[in-house]
Design a protein around this ligand. Structure first.
Ligand code: HPA
Length: 267
């Protein structure tokens, strides 16, 4: 049995055969929503191919079950490129999500803002992204399917639905371009000045490879950043992973309300 087939069999044995509608990957400090899923939590360690996640503030379980009346697969943690230099680390997990029947994937992350009008605690819906890291998780893929179009990679219909949900909840959901910086060190102020010139609004260390992988597999995608800090050099506040984890819950409550409203709208 292939690695993915084994993971799929384990999931089906524990969570049942019913397909899921969508997947949700939770970013740093945003793990709370996973525990609201009415279903089962399967440790990544039980699922061949799933990442060995080493970043604190993450919950390495796949939660499958009902949330707001929709059957979901919530990934409590991701492997970042900076952990092992593998931009395709989330590939098996996203392939299994597709095999579970999902038609779309919503990604969340913590990010630093380069826009004074998007301060810490705010949420930003990704209108687009820049792969500044340059690594591509599809390098080595042999078929022509690797030439994935990335126009509208962030699905306009899902983005509209998420914006509508935010409005309905009275939450200000900003819109902007996310740029993928490798990490794990944070950026220098000079790098941030450069990233701003390149047209980015927020910077983070994840999400972009997952968008590419999901589009490759034919899943629709949308992503939301929780702004945990102003990017380097833009404020006096000290940037650290501790700070990211401490600040993520500020946006997490709003993010959870938007996602719950969105799921309700799918019923
Ligand atoms: N830079 C990169 N990644 C981040 C940041 C940042 O300022 N904040 C949270 N994740």
């Amino acid at each position: 049995m292939s690695r993915n087939a084994e993971a799929l069999a384990t999931i089906r044995a524990r969570a049942g055969e019913e397909p899921v509608k969508l997947g949700l990957i939770l970013g740093s400090g945003l793990g709370h929503l996973a525990h609201a899923v009415d279903g089962v939590a399967i440790p990544y360690g039980d699922l061949p191919g799933f990442p060995h996640v080493g970043v604190s503030g993450h919950n390495p379980h796949l939660h499958i079950g009902m949330l707001e009346g929709v059957r979901v697969a919530v990934f409590g943690a991701r492997e970042h490129f900076y952990e092992n230099g593998n931009s395709a680390a989330m590939r098996p997990a996203i392939e299994v999500l597709k095999d579970l029947g999902a038609d779309h994937l919503i990604l969340t992350n913590a990010a630093g803002s380069m826009r004074p009008d998007i301060p810490p605690g705010d949420l930003m819906l990704l209108s687009d992204h820049i792969n500044y890291n340059g690594r591509n998780p599809l390098i080595g893929e042999r078929t022509d399917a690797r030439f994935v179009p990335m126009t509208d990679a962030h699905d306009p219909d899902i983005r509209k639905a998420l914006s509508d949900s935010a409005k309905a909840c009275g939450i200000d959901l900003k819109d902007g371009v996310y740029i993928w910086y490798s990490g794990p060190s944070f950026e220098t102020p000079a790098e941030i000045r450069m990233l701003k010139l390149l047209g980015a609004d927020a910077v983070g260390m994840s999400t972009v490879p997952e968008v590419i992988l999901a589009r490759f597999m034919g899943l629709k995608v949308a992503a939301i950043s929780t702004i945990t800090n102003m990017a380097a050099g833009m404020s006096d506040e000290k940037i650290s992973h501790e700070h990211t984890k401490a600040m993520a819950p500020l946006g997490a409550t709003k993010l959870e309300r938007i996602l719950r409203h969105y799921l309700n709208s799918l019923r």
